[in-house]
Design a protein around this ligand. Sequence first.
Ligand code: AMP
Ligand code: ZN
Length: 134
Amino acid sequence: MEDCIFCKILKGEIPNHTVYEDKNVLAFLDIYPHAKGHTIVIPKVHAETYFDLNEELLTSFSNGVKRAMENVQNKLQPDGFNVGWNQNKVAGQVVPHLHMHIIPRYEGDGGGSIHSIIKNPGEKTVDEISKLFE
Ligand code: AMP
Ligand code: ZN
């Protein structure tokens, strides 16, 4: 896509520090890292969100995420990871090209868990919400 910054990285118009690459995905270091080795993984096709990838692309994407995590593990030996993506503006997505954040975690790094993103469960009970899925 024309003015997508991550498509520009894929075309080689913007440089990147590659962590892992195969025919379907590119993983590179985040330029504003939130942890040592913070890595971004993108599919090589422009897709805005997870909903826009078909099963085949999702499989290759998640394989790429794993391979990138293994490379980070081997080079930096973190003690754990938080891995996830921001989907849509409300959730913090700034770049409109799907990307998985691989955030390596180190003992004593002072960070939180995925639960620290939000604590605002709304008025409805879990039982009430569960009815929607019956
Ligand atoms: P998000 O808020 O999920 O859209 O995250 C976008 C991420 O992309 C941020 O963590 C940025 O630091 C990162 N980012 C933006 N431009 C670049 C770039 N040229 N190279 C590497 N990372 C980038
Ligand atoms: Zn793109």
